[in-house]
Ligand binder design. Structure first.
Ligand SMILES: Nc1ncnc2c1ncn2[C@@H]1O[C@H](COP(=O)(O)OP(=O)(O)O)[C@@H](O)[C@H]1O
Ligand SMILES: [Mg+2]
Length: 318
């Protein structure tokens, strides 16, 4: 039995299909749902955690229907929303005990000690949450989510707004939870993090799943070598045989080819001949970011996907 299975899961808000006929199955793994802002990630998680009713379709968590057996689903899961606030006026320990009591957990104090220790907050447990760093708050939220020992954990953008070391630590804990048998369903728009931590990912765009596989398989299937050329001037679509244009980010053009070394020089020359001023070029292996960029831009119908705007938007949010 799958930990999570969605069957044509759909949510409409008026005319907008926020999630469209989603079919996914998630085993005992870390599963990443990736997509730009507004692509339907949070809506998906809210349906799977029984907070929001689907418009049509269904999903099963540990075999229980989110529509017909929401109470049984709730017993199996925990959910850390993107903007859940811990109570800053309570200590870390008080926050967790509050949650444990809310869930009707037996021995709430012992359980609180246990999960705080697990999240490396034991020493700071009696400090006010208000004095915690962003990373510590996120770990406190994770501790709260663990009090009733869920089988499936839902995390919505768990590392947003954290610094590099804070993010790394959160992922270490998430991986550790998986290694101890928990299924983790996580949304993120940080491709490098998903690449590092997720066993499998689904990429969604406008509510539609456009790819679903392991990061390795997606990278391998999508591309061979990536040629990155930084150049001034307008790219006019001029290209040489054996090279495919895959996207542009500011003055950085990305191409795909099977023979990066040879083609890199030829391509740089061709662009230069077309009037562009080539500043640098390099060849590298594809990342999940490349996969994302290609899929999202290809399925964008209302003009080319503005990667720079997307990036700026994310930075502002963080
Ligand atoms: N309660 C709501 N009412 C109307 N539209 C909504 C509501 N919640 C989300 N949406 C819309 O659904 C789409 C998907 O949103 P969301 O799931 O929050 O995306 P993400 O989490 O990927 O950023 C967006 O276009 C958003 O504006
Ligand atoms: Mg969201």
């Amino acid at each position: 039995m799958c930990a999570i299975e969605t069957m044509k899961l759909t949510k409409s808000f008026g005319n907008l299909k926020a999630v469209a006929e989603m079919d996914l199955s998630v085993d005992n793994e870390i599963f990443g749902l990736l997509g730009p802002n507004g692509s339907g990630k949070t809506t998906t998680v809210r349906m799977l955690t029984t907070i929001l009713n689907p418009t049509s379709g269904d999903a099963a968590i540990c075999g229980h229907s989110i529509i017909k057996e929401p109470q049984l689903v709730r017993e199996k899961i925990s959910y850390v929303p993107q903007d859940m606030a811990v109570d800053p006026k309570l200590t870390g320990r008080e926050n967790v005990i509050f949650f444990a009591k809310l869930y009707g957990v037996k021995r709430p104090r012992d359980i609180a000690d246990e999960v705080l220790e697990k999240m490396e907050l034991g020493e700071r447990a009696d400090d006010l949450a208000r004095d915690y760093s962003g990373g510590m708050r996120r770990r406190l939220e994770l501790a709260q989510a663990l009090v009733h020992d869920p089988e499936v954990l839902f995390l919505d953008e768990p590392t947003i707004g954290l610094d590099v070391s804070g993010r790394k630590k959160i992922w270490e804990h998430i991986i550790n939870l998986k290694d101890n048998g928990m299924t983790v369903f996580v949304t993120t728009h940080y491709m490098d993090e998903a690449d590092y931590a997720c066993d499998r990912v689904a990429i969604i765009d406008h509510g539609v799943v456009v790819a679903n596989d392991s990061p390795e398989a997606l990278k391998a299937r999508c591309y061979n070598d990536i040629i990155v050329i930084r150049a001034e001037g307008k790219y006019r679509g001029n290209i040489i045989e054996g090279v495919k244009f895959i996207g542009q980010n500011e003055d950085e053009l990305r191409f795909e080819t099977t023979a990066g070394e040879e083609m890199g020089f030829e391509l740089a020359r061709a662009l230069s001949d077309s009037g562009m001023k080539v500043k640098s070029f390099s060849i590298r292996q594809p990342t999940l970011d490349d996969v994302f960029l290609s899929l999202i831009s290809e399925s964008e119908e209302s003009g080319p996907f503005d990667y720079r705007r997307f990036r700026t938007m994310l930075r502002r949010r963080g």
